[in-house]
Ligand binder design. Structure first.
Ligand code: PHE
Length: 340
């Protein structure tokens, strides 16, 4: 009676193991047959009712069935585990022998590129490349450049003031003064760098932009000298001959002062949207250094004179690459930067 029940349980358990299609079904079957309240446990309880000899025989039989079933369950479970591992290895397969993609090469920002080109050009013309602090004294940024405290030119260059009375420089012109103080005359320098203004930011205005200052001091420097250097500069940048004109322009630190325009490179002077139909594009403020500025730099204006210019580097980059929004230059957006 017990023997046939056991062999019946064994047969049912074996076919349940066979039929289990996943680990969860197998576990359910294991609980059904081998669990604490499973079929075999039930029989174990019934053993107590048997005579001692019977009990020993039946106990052995029960154990052998239990052992067999445990083995089969374990075997099938191992098979499911191997199966899952194989599937995972297939899905996550990775060929570690493939060549690596390599480091992505960086590149210079278009502003830096133009700056380096101009530095090469001007050093070949005997100019030194110098720089000055971005946090300037009021004296270097304004007073020494012939812009006294109440002068309206200060309003045109509103900036960020520090509590100690210093300011973020509004132009690279204070480096003119620092270079004169440091090197005296004769002098040929350029000073590229970052400048700041209190601007409402839009497509053509930034609070932070770049200029390149130039200054040459010697004996009998003329506007002809200035024009020669300005044309050389522009032709190097635009890589073609350019036609320029001078208009009077007011800057307290030069006298006479000029706005240097170039004939529009897009339409050749006949008028287009870029030059607002005028045929000319304003590009380079410049002039002969005011005697007061020479004096502020410790140079005697009776013996020396010179020219100075302040090229808008940011503006130049925008013109060279036809960039229509100044904010792109400091966006850090790689989709923009990777074009250069
Ligand atoms: N510093 C002037 C500006 O930022 C430009 C300038 C420089 C003009 C040198 C004349 C000479 O507007």
């Amino acid at each position: 009676m017990l023997d046939s029940t056991l062999s019946d349980i064994e047969a049912r358990a074996l076919s349940a193991i066979e039929a289990a299609s996943d680990a969860a079904a197998l576990e359910r079957a294991r609980v059904e047959f081998l669990g604490r309240k499973g079929a075999l446990a039930q029989i174990g309880k019934d053993l107590g009712k048997l005579s001692p000899e019977e009990r020993a025989r039946a106990g052995k039989l029960l154990n052998s069935v239990k052992q067999l079933l445990e083995e089969r369950f374990d075997k099938k479970q191992t098979w499911f585990e191997e199966q899952a591992l194989r599937a995972r290895l297939d899905a996550e397969w990775l060929d570690i022998t493939l060549p690596a993609p390599g480091v992505r090469p960086g590149a210079l920002h278009p502003l830096t590129q133009i700056q380096k080109e101009l530095e090469d050009l001007f050093t070949s013309l005997g100019f030194a490349v110098v720089d000055g602090p971005e946090v300037e004294t009021e004296w270097h940024n304004f007073d020494a450049l012939n812009i006294p405290p109440a002068h309206p030119a200060r309003d045109a260059q509103d900036t960020f003031w520090l509590e100690n009375g210093c300011l973020l420089r509004t132009h690279t012109s204070p480096v003119q003064v620092r270079a004169m103080e440091r090197f005296g005359a004769p002098l040929r320098i350029i000073a590229p760098g970052r400048v700041f203004r209190n601007e409402e930011v839009d497509a053509s205005h930034e609070h932070t932009f770049y200029q390149l200052e130039g200054m040459m001091i010697d004996r009998d420097v003329s506007i002809g000298h200035m024009l020669y250097f300005m044309k050389t500069l522009l032709e190097a940048i635009f890589r073609r001959e350019v036609t320029v004109r001078l208009r009077p322009g007011f800057f307290p630190f030069v006298e006479p002062g000029f706005e240097l325009d170039i004939q529009c490179l897009l339409c050749g002077g006949s008028g287009c949207p870029v030059c607002k139909q005028s045929g000319w594009v304003e590009l380079l403020p410049c002039g002969l250094v005011h005697p007061n500025v020479l004096r502020a730099g410790g140079i005697d204006p009776r013996e020396w004179n010179g020219f100075a210019f302040g090229l808008g580097l940011t503006r130049l980059v925008m013109m060279r690459y036809a960039i229509d929004d100044i904010r792109l230059l400091q966006s850090g957006d790689l989709r923009f930067l990777e074009q250069f």
